[in-house]
Design a protein around this ligand. Structure first.
Ligand SMILES: Nc1ncnc2c1ncn2[C@@H]1O[C@H](COP(=O)(O)OP(=O)(O)OP(=O)(O)O)[C@@H](O)[C@H]1O
Length: 544
């Protein structure tokens, strides 16, 4: 038996500056700027900047932040759509040793005040579109952050409310500022508040190491190649755009910015800027599926779409693939830097029918390359469920793509990590081939007469109806059964359908006890990240 101090692989083989440096995505942008200085990095309407220009601006931002008293570990908030300034912040803020808090642009003043206060932001940068809501939020805060405007050339409206604008701010910075990588890759890089679909927002803290690893994991999962042209449909405030700002820096891709997620703008950008990659919640895919055909004309190149955020109905995936898009389905949480599970594709599956392919793709899948552990297990004992495709358990993850924890919230952090795994709160079955398949969030599952009904499964059937645009199914209290499914349905424009017809369609396509007992027609309330707010629908179904 050898003791450690006699182990020849330990003695004299320490970490030093020559063989070790902290993993940080900041090194990606430095490399792209030096290897591909003249390669296009950012497109925003008529503004085009190369990697060298973008890098200089990020260094100037870091320098200006430092000159303005920002120190290591300070929070810097940004309230902006997907425009170049927010992309730059993903590098400039951590280069100053600070932590970026990209704010959800759809929140109201109260929620923003809560976040700014809880995150202790020292500076908040605000785009004119959101200056009104930020000025109301700032009024509610005791220790007020400094406000800096972002004065986007291509946006009309909104007041300037800050002490100066972004361009003047970064002009104070030195483009040769000597920034350095973090001493410790475990240092915080960003702070992301969960969207509060199921409760109060929690401040999820990411570290440099995780951001670095997930950025690379994305490239591998999606086979992005070099210099992809990426359209910013997914908000950068959502899990830092699933880490794609850093992925794009690592492969010197092109960031095509987009202020508003609209079908016409998306199709135009795909055509005119030769976009070949974009991400979006299933609701965005559904919008593109249902857009007028003339918008889609003239697009002849391959476009890859990554989707997550909510379960994508098989019919939505099928619609996209029929239009020629190549869909990759991923799954994750704010707590896992975005994508942590991917429906990895097997070439043999290419031979299957489009229906079968879409069904396979609607499963969430297996761990991404840089995640260590994934299991479906009993929520309390953490005993893995059999891989039989029917036993429901909770999804657990562990590894380098799991957050540091929740800011100033040790109790909730401990609960989330109880037993050495991250508890996702999502319920799934595990198939024999190791792929997981989400059935519900634990709070959304419907228990009717002692049987579980997956709201996701019922929604999947509803989305197959040609007149239905969107659907959500929730539990309605019932004297006899305990709970019964109640469906909220938005009908496609120009179509008509009755509640009886919807129920009959469900009964024909699923076990009868799973069919909704009540149908409510109308618009569905959504969160800023495209999730249907089921808690509101549940209240409505139960007349609360
Ligand atoms: N591919 C997917 N299929 C099914 N559900 C998904 C998928 N991707 C994400 N989700 C759902 O989104 C959740 C993660 O969402 P996110 O971290 O944005 O927080 P939130 O749910 O909006 O807010 P909160 O955690 O405050 O309730 C997952 O737990 C899961 O329920």
């Amino acid at each position: 038996m050898s003791h450690n101090n006699h182990n020849p692989y330990i003695m004299g083989l320490d970490k030093n500056e020559a063989n070790y440096s902290a993993l940080s995505p900041l090194s990606f942008i430095q490399r792209s700027a030096s290897v591909y200085p003249n390669h296009l990095a950012v497109v925003h309407q008529d503004t085009r900047r190369t990697w060298s220009q973008t890098y200089k601006r990020t260094v100037q931002l870091a320098s200006a932040l430092t000159k303005n008293g920002i120190n290591k570990g300070d929070t810097v908030a940004f309230m902006a759509p997907n425009i170049p300034e927010l992309f730059e912040a993903h590098f400039g803020v951590p280069m100053a040793g600070a932590v970026l808090n990209a704010l959800n642009t759809r929140l109201d003043a109260e929620a923003l005040a809560f976040i700014l206060q809880h995150g202790e932001a020292k500076i908040v940068f605000v785009d004119r579109e959101f200056s009104e809501v930020i000025s109301r939020a700032v009024k509610m805060i005791q220790h007020k952050p400094v406000v800096i405007d972002i004065d986007d050339l291509y946006y009309e409206g909104g007041e300037l409310i800050g002490t100066m604008d972004y361009e003047a701010f970064i002009a104070q910075g030195d483009e040769n500022f000597n920034w350095s990588l973090p001493e410790d890759e475990w240092d915080a890089i960003t702070l992301n508040y969960t969207s509060g679909t199921t409760g109060n927002p929690k401040g999820v803290v990411y570290h440099h190491r995780g951001a670095y690893l997930n950025a690379v994991s994305n490239l591998i999962s999606w086979n992005m190649g070099s210099h992809p042209s990426y359209l910013w449909t997914l908000p950068m405030f959502h899990c830092n755009g699933w880490c794609f700002p850093w992925s794009l820096a690592s492969c010197a891709g092109v960031n095509v910015c987009l202020r508003h997620v609209r079908a016409d703008d998306i199709y135009n950008a795909i055509r005119d800027d030769n976009v070949n990659h974009f991400c979006g919640a299933p609701i965005v895919l559904n919008m593109l599926n249902n857009a007028p055909d003339e918008l889609k004309e003239g697009i002849n190149h391959e476009v890859k779409v990554m989707t997550a955020g909510a379960p994508p109905p098989a019919s939505v995936i099928q619609g996209m693939e029929e239009m020629g898009f190549n869909v990759t389905h991923v799954y994750g949480l704010t707590e896992t830097y975005g994508p942590s599970v991917v429906c990895a594709w097997h070439d043999e599956w290419d031979e299957k029918t489009i229906e079968e392919k879409s069904r396979l793709k609607s499963r969430q899948g297996v761990k991404v390359p840089m995640q260590e552990g994934l299991m479906v297990a009993h929520p309390e004992t953490l005993e893995p469920v059999p891989q039989d495709g029917t036993t429901i358990g909770e999804i657990f993850m562990r590894g380098n793509l799991v957050m540091k924890g929740y800011l100033k919230n040790p109790t909730t952090t401990d609960e989330a990590f109880d037993g050495g795994w991250l508890h996702s709160g999502d319920l799934a079955v595990w198939h024999a081939d190791g792929y997981i398949d989400i059935k519900d969030r634990s709070k959304d599952i419907i228990i009717s007469g002692g049987e579980n009904i997956s709201s996701v499964e019922v929604e999947d059937v509803l989305y197959r109806h040609r007149s239905i645009m969107e659907a959500a199914v929730v539990a309605q209290q019932d004297e006899k059964w305990g709970e019964v499914p109640c469906a909220f349905v938005k009908v496609k424009e120009g179509e008509e359908i009755t509640a009886e017809e919807v129920i009959a369609f469900c009964r024909d396509n699923m076990a009868r006890f799973k069919a909704p007992k009540k149908i409510v027609f109308g618009d569905l309330p959504k969160t800023s990240t495209g999730k249907i707010q089921k808690f509101l629908l549940r209240d409505q179904a139960n007349d609360k």
